[in-house]
Design a protein around this ligand. Structure first.
Ligand SMILES: Cc1cc2nc3c(=O)[nH]c(=O)nc-3n(C[C@H](O)[C@H](O)[C@H](O)COP(=O)(O)O)c2cc1C
Length: 298
C-alpha cells in the first residue's frame, strides 16, 4: 500500500482562523457602521467578491455564475473581482455595472496578458492585476485549461503597472518579500492568499498578515485577504490583524448555485451583518478603528 501524507493548506488555514478568539467591549459601544472606501470609491462593506473563473450557468438560468455574482456585487455595492477569462466574458461582467477588478493570468503569451489588461482598461475596469500564484505547476510552468503560464519578473510586473492608469493588484502574496516587491513595483493593492491551497503547508494568510502589515507601513498599498473567508467573524479577524478588506471564496458557491443573484446578495448581506454585530460587540464603531487589541490566540 502506498503511503501519502497530504497537506491541506485549507484545513491548516481554517484551524488557524478558528484559534483566534474575540473579547467583548459593550459599555459605551454603539451599532457599528461597516461602510468602507477603497481606491477612492465608497462601498457598503469591506467584503469583496472572489476572482473566480469558469462558472457555468446554474440550474438552467440565463446568466453564468460569473455574471450572477457580478450583478449581486453591483446590488450590494461591494467591489467585484474576476479571474481567467476571455475579453468577451469580461465585457459581460463590466456590463452588469459592478466595479470590477480584472485579474489576468500570468500567460506565457505575454501579448495576451497585455491585450487583456489594455482591453479591461478600455471598457471601464475598476482595476487590473495578476494572480502570481499560478505561475508554477507540478511540471514547471503551470498549464491552466491548456494555456501555459510563465515566470514573472519584477520588471515585467512593473511594466504592467506603468502601462495603466488603473490601480494594479497583485494576487497571491504570501510573504513579506513579495509584499515589499509589490509595493516597490507600484502595486496599489495585494491579495494575501494561497489561492485555496495551491502551496502545500502554505502559511495561513491571517498568520502572516501582521508581518506584511508592518512591512508595508507608510506605503500606499491596500491589503486584501482571502482563503477560507466564510463569515463576518473571519472578516473581523482579518481586519483586526491588518487587512483593509476580505474577499469571500468558495463559501459563496452554494448560495450562488442554488439561488443565483438573490442567493449571493443574501449571503453577502449576512456576512456584512455578522461583521457589524461583532464590531458592535467589540466597541469598534467604524471599520478603520478595528485593531487587534480584542484578539486572543488559543
Ligand atoms: C471556481 C474557481 C475559480 C477560480 N478562478 C480564479 C482565477 O481565475 N484567478 C484567480 O486569481 N483566482 C481564482 N480562484 C481563486 C479565488 O479567487 C480565491 O483566491 C480562492 O477561492 C480563495 O480560497 P477559498 O475559496 O478557500 O476562500 C478561483 C477559485 C475557484 C473556486
Amino acid at each position: 500500500m502506498e503511503y501519502t501524507r497530504i497537506s491541506d493548506a485549507n484545513l491548516i488555514t481554517e484551524k488557524y482562523m478558528d484559534s483566534i478568539l474575540i473579547e467583548e467591549r459593550l459599555i459605551d459601544s454603539v451599532v457599528a457602521d461597516i461602510k468602507t472606501s477603497f481606491f477612492g470609491a465608497e462601498f457598503d462593506m469591506p467584503v469583496m467578491m472572489p476572482a473566480f473563473s469558469h462558472l457555468k450557468n446554474y440550474n438552467g438560468r440565463p446568466h453564468t455564475g460569473l455574471e450572477e455574482y457580478s450583478m449581486a456585487a453591483k446590488e450590494c455595492n461591494i467591489l467585484n473581482f474576476c479571474g481567467m477569462m476571455e475579453n468577451e466574458q469580461f465585457k459581460k461582467l463590466v456590463d452588469t455595472g459592478a466595479k470590477t477588478v480584472r485579474i489576468v493570468k500570468p500567460y506565457a503569451d505575454n501579448g495576451k496578458v497585455r491585450d487583456q489588461m489594455q482591453y479591461a482598461e478600455s471598457i471601464g475596469a475598476f482595476g487590473i492585476g495578476m494572480d502570481i500564484d499560478h505561475i508554477f505547476g507540478e511540471n514547471g510552468p503551470d498549464v491552466v485549461m491548456g494555456e501555459e503560464m510563465a515566470e514573472q519578473t519584477s520588471e515585467m510586473l512593473r511594466s504592467y503597472v506603468d502601462n495603466t492608469k488603473l490601480p494594479f493588484v497583485i494576487k497571491g502574496v504570501l510573504s513579506v518579500q513579495d509584499a515589499v516587491k509589490s509595493a516597490d513595483i507600484g502595486a496599489k493593492a495585494i491579495i494575501v492568499s494561497h489561492h485555496h491551497g495551491r502551496l502545500p503547508y502554505a502559511v495561513p494568510p491571517m498568520m502572516i498578515l501582521p508581518k506584511i502589515k508592518e512591512a508595508l507601513k507608510g506605503r500606499d498599498v491596500k491589503i486584501i485577504v482571502d482563503c477560507g473567508i466564510a463569515g463576518g467573524a473571519d472578516v473581523f479577524k482579518a481586519l483586526a490583524l491588518g487587512a483593509d478588506a476580505c474577499a469571500v471564496g468558495r463559501s459563496m458557491l452554494p448560495s450562488l448555485e442554488k439561488d443565483g443573484v438573490e442567493g449571493v446578495k443574501e449571503f453577502i448581506r449576512k456576512v456584512g451583518n455578522e461583521l457589524r454585530y461583532i464590531m458592535s460587540f467589540t466597541g469598534f464603531s467604524k471599520v478603520s478603528d478595528i485593531d487587534d487589541s480584542v484578539l486572543y490566540k488559543m
